[in-house]
Write a protein that binds this ligand. Structure first.
Ligand code: AMP
Ligand code: ZN
Ligand code: ZN
Length: 424
């Protein structure tokens, strides 16, 4: 079969590099012996473009060199790859996923951590284990995520998980979405998204998301250097190969642009690298520790913050600030959901209220510029330059996505630089 025939007539100017990218993508799909699914294929006569934003939670940039993700490597080699993908601070899941789809720093989109309290809604605590809080629009409505803008501008959106896709925003939701199910296997996630994409083009998505959690899970439980992480990498890579193969089967591959990211990396945490706050908490009983781990936060309404800050500053391996004094490069500290006193541990250290808590072997949340926190960034598809960029920042991805999907962006904190850098 002549792969160049696969080009859309209106993309005849696509470069040789793009043609090569498509050949590589096709070769990935054809390298699988078995076909995915047996659903009848719905024809795609118009070859409407599809943009798929994929997140592999906790995929550290150097995992690529381990050799367990050959599909990702082939996609990276066929398109644009970043040696470093720098998260927003704090390098935590919900803040970063929402920045990717809003172009806003956590201070401005409101998801400042995976666990939050809000002074104007004192009863509810936002935490991932509490479905009622995770699905409450209140926490998300300070920003308009890209799928809502896309819907407002006449596009169709299918989301196979992404923080915020389960909630109404501006009265809208993605066309396809599911309540988050951590137990759904990576393969199942792929198959469900493929099923949604196998539709008549008038109903098929222009933009889709796909989210994988098992690399992050393994990194936390066993540490980033563990064999279990490599096994998780293999499974997720196989799921992405399955996705590519499925898209080929549905005649969608040549029209698909993949934007593959992660939210942060993962650091090894030493069991004895604990910053034990028991003395400070003992001496300032009314200060409440509401965040702990790589970043810590104290609610200090009724506390004289200055003496407490002085005591905290005496501890090695962490920096503490009044929230209004966090250095500007963190872009963090103005949101009401950030506690009054905020501390950041050195990479590999944990800030804990006492020595009685078990430290898990892998953590993130540290300074987003740390090498251990760098994530994954690949773009592959028609018109994508074949190149390696030194650094791409999470905050700039939103503008790029809006250009790919051809929608008007909301005002945001990112720079609109990636489209020119990445596309022919
Ligand atoms: P963390 O490593 O603590 O920053 O959080 C990562 C975890 O977030 C992953 O292990 C997922 O299980 C979980 N997660 C991702 N998306 C959602 C969601 N929509 N609702 C609840 N939990 C989620
Ligand atoms: Zn994460
Ligand atoms: Zn994690």
């Amino acid at each position: 079969m002549n792969k160049l025939k696969l080009f859309n007539p209106n993309r005849q100017l696509a470069s040789f590099v793009s043609a090569m990218s498509i050949l590589v993508l096709s070769s990935i799909s054809m390298s699988l012996a078995q076909s995915v699914g047996t659903l009848p294929v719905v024809p795609q006569p118009q070859h409407k473009p599809l943009v798929v934003l994929i997140s592999i939670d906790g995929y550290r940039n150097d995992y690529m060199s381990r050799g367990f993700t050959p599909t990702l490597k082939r996609l990276a080699d066929a398109g644009t790859y970043a040696d470093n993908f720098t998260p927003v601070f704090p390098s935590i899941t919900f803040p970063n996923h929402y920045s990717l789809v809003t172009g806003l720093y956590p201070d401005h989109h409101g998801l400042v951590n995976n666990t939050m309290q809000d002074p104007s809604k004192t009863k509810q605590i936002f935490k991932l284990s509490d479905r009622e809080s995770v699905t409450n629009p209140f926490w998300y409505e300070e920003a308009t995520p890209i799928w809502i803008s896309a819907k407002q501008q006449g596009k169709i959106v299918s989301t196979l998980f992404w923080p915020g896709t389960e909630v109404l925003n501006h009265g809208l939701r993605p066309d396809d979405w599911l309540n988050y199910d951590d137990n759904m296997s990576s393969d199942k996630r792929v198959d469900q998204l493929l099923e949604w994409l196998n539709r008549d083009e008038s109903k098929r998505a222009d933009f889709a998301t796909l989210y994988f959690s098992e690399v992050d899970h393994a990194g936390h439980e066993f540490g980033p250097d563990a064999l279990e992480v490599n096994e998780a990498l293999k499974r997720v890579d196989a799921a992405i190969e399955r996705f590519v193969k499925g898209l080929e089967r549905l005649d969608l591959l040549k029209d698909t642009t993949f934007v593959i990211t992660s939210d942060h990396g993962m650091a090894h945490v030493a069991q004895d690298h604990i910053i034990n706050l028991s003395m400070v908490l003992e001496s300032t009983k009314s200060a409440k520790l509401v965040w702990m781990g790589p970043v810590a936060g104290f609610n200090v309404e009724s506390v004289d913050a200055e003496p407490m800050l002085e005591r905290l500053k005496a501890y090695p391996h962490m920096s503490c600030w009044h929230k209004s004094k966090i250095p500007p490069e963190y872009h963090f500290g103005t949101h009401r959901r950030i506690p009054g006193i905020f501390c950041l541990a050195d990479v590999g250290w944990s800030i804990l209220p006492n020595l009685g808590m078990k430290v898990i072997p892998g953590m993130h949340g540290y300074d987003a510029r740390a090498k251990e926190m760098q994530g994954l960034f690949i773009v592959a598809g028609p018109g994508v330059k074949k190149q390696t960029l030194a650094v791409v920042n999470n905050i700039d991805v939103y503008s790029f996505l809006t250009r790919l999907i051809k929608i008007k962006p909301e005002p945001n904190d990112g720079e609109d630089i990636l489209f020119k850098q990445i596309m022919d």
